[in-house]
Unconditional design. Sequence first.
Length: 200
Amino acid sequence: MKKLLILCLALFVVVSCGKKEDDKADSDATDHAHVSPEGTPPGEPMAMIPGEEFSEMERLADAKLNPYFDENASKTELAVAPGERFDLYVFAEYNKNYPMSAAEYRVILPEGVSILASTNCDSTILQFGNPEGDFMIAFHCSYGPKMWLVKYDCSADESFTGGKIRIGEGMALRYLGFAMCDESKTLIRAKPGEAVLRAK
């Protein structure tokens, strides 16, 4: 238990320190990292990082956090009726030569959709936060190239008319990405993904 608490604290410190360095760099240059795409409510930014702002290592790692509606990561579109429940998987995807051990993200849901429960992958060591705010998960070192991190049990209510489910940066630490398995837990920013949810 003590080792888990230490790991949890270390992960939080690493991500926090990495974010502070990013914030300092952003204050010296024009900020292109936060763009609200069409359909995203005000105050709900997503991390949209132009390719040239990724480091060479981040470009090689080619990390992504994507939502899918199935365990095989093949369905990015789904039609649901009001009151219907469905599964949503958040997948970590990256170059197998850059193993990862932790991730941070936020799930941005369309109006009328809510998360009822969640199931973590078997590799999970520790998690904290909430998926719609700022969610962090530590897992056993994984070489990818693709693995699901969390499965969410979701429901569409009577007001649901369709929309997109997006993966964005966490609201507290303003980070979307991974920590590698190396000793210094190198931070690798990820590209956000989205899936289309239609009303039947």
